[in-house]
Design a protein. Structure first.
Ligand SMILES: NC(=O)c1ccc[n+]([C@@H]2O[C@H](COP(=O)([O-])OP(=O)(O)OC[C@H]3O[C@@H](n4cnc5c(N)ncnc54)[C@H](O)[C@@H]3O)[C@@H](O)[C@H]2O)c1
Length: 356
């Protein structure tokens, strides 16, 4: 299926050049614009991957800001530019402070800045933890669909790591037509596992929810396995756990030991991005000295350039591309602009005459 990106609305096509108004978009507005639109967002993410695949984007490496006094924390900058009909540039600036969770504060917080294609002026600042979770979940649901096309469609899903991202991924799977007979749940934190199980019950799922006290039993009993932990290094290394050839969405990127990837078909979102920052694919490259273990990108699969054999596990490791944040952020902005609900900050840009 070929999907098209929605056409851009203002302020991109202003002629003659003018300074665009500056809008601030709250998390509540973002959620209102995205909620219940899972199929549309997955289509948007698919179209954006295709655009990135043909090179109509700029997506430099993410920049990781780390702190000697807070080694588990980081803030990542993801600059990006999309061409096509969207024509927008921007930056996601996203913090990950895992210790927040114990205090009841979400791990990740973020803003997304959108920049005008013609003047370079920032024209919006959006709350972006919801945008980030949404594009991550949409990309996972898209991958689950494409990577299971040549094998029986999974009916048993298992989640290893059950925080916010796991919840969004389940919402996107359910919102794009997946239903499961069994849903496995495993987390090192009993509170997280219980909270996620509670969410599943409220979501109206008809599947039987089972909390596993080991990753092994969960993986062995799931045809679709989602990793959404905060593990910094591999904690799953036994290849025999994958003997039934599941589809694996390795969203947290660092859970699987090299031997698991070497026994599987490996699909990434972007090769250069994914082979960095000690992700599991990066560890395999360091171990083997080559990239032969990679089958290709999800775009390669969607374009038919890469086939996914049913006789092996398939692992999708998405680094997470800034172009997806931009596409989803611009979608939110356009929705609010067309309904007249943008909150504009008057006089945000003030020194607008060169010589006063
Ligand atoms: N690839 C991408 O595009 C992308 C985008 C967004 C988030 N992420 C990643 O998704 C992951 C989850 O994010 P979140 O916001 O849901 O985090 P979160 O802190 O809300 O939840 C993570 C959960 O994982 C559990 N956990 C940690 N180690 C575990 C282990 N070894 N086994 C089982 N459970 C374990 C924790 O107890 C916690 O409940 C993070 O690693 C984040 O970086 C990836």
């Amino acid at each position: 299926m070929t999907t098209t990106l929605p056409a851009a609305t203002t302020p991109q096509q202003a002629d003659p050049l003018t300074v665009p108004p500056f809008a601030v978009v709250s998390g509540a507005q973002v959620q209102g614009a995205l909620q219940g639109r899972e199929p549309e967002i997955v289509e948007l993410v698919e179209a954006t991957y295709r655009l990135h695949g043909v090179g109509d984007s700029v997506n430099p490496p993410s920049y990781f800001l780390r702190f000697p006094d807070r080694p588990s924390s980081r803030i990542i900058a993801l600059p990006a530019s999309i061409g096509g009909q969207l024509r927008v540039d921007g930056l996601k600036w996203i913090s990950s402070f895992p210790e927040n969770v114990a205090a009841g504060v979400p791990r990740a917080s973020a803003v997304l800045i959108l920049n005008d294609h013609d003047t370079g002026y920032p024209f919006a600042c959006l709350e972006a933890s919801i945008i980030s979770a949404t594009r991550t979940a949409a990309s996972a649901a898209l991958a689950a669909d494409w990577l299971s096309r040549d094998r029986p469609r999974p009916t048993r899903v298992g989640f290893v790591g059950t925080g916010l991202i796991a919840r969004y991924i389940h919402t996107f799977l359910a919102g794009t037509g997946w239903s499961f007979d069994q849903i496995g749940v495993h987390d090192l934190s009993a509170d997280s596992a219980a909270g996620f199980s509670g969410y599943l019950q409220q979501s109206g799922t008809t599947g039987q929810v089972t909390v596993h006290d080991s990753a092994e039993t969960l993986i062995r009993s799931s045809d679709l396995v989602v990793f959404a932990t905060v593990a910094a290094e591999p904690h799953v290394s036994d290849v025999s756990w994958f003997d039934h050839h599941p589809v694996v969405l390795h969203v947290s990127l660092r859970d699987l030991a090299p031997e698991i990837l070497l026994a599987s078909t490996n699909v990434v979102d972007d090769v250069e991005h994914c082979l960095k920052a000690n992700t599991s694919p990066h560890l395999v490259e360091q171990l083997t000295g080559n990239r032969d273990f990679l089958a290709g990108t999800l775009d390669d699969v969607m374009a038919g350039r890469v086939m996914v054999p049913a006789e092996k596990p398939v692992i999708f490791s998405p680094f997470g591309l800034g172009v997806l944040d931009l596409a989803v952020g611009k979608y939110v902005y356009d929705k609010l602009a067309s309904s007249g609900d943008l909150d504009i900050i008057d006089d945000f840009f003030h020194e607008l005459r060169r010589h006063g």
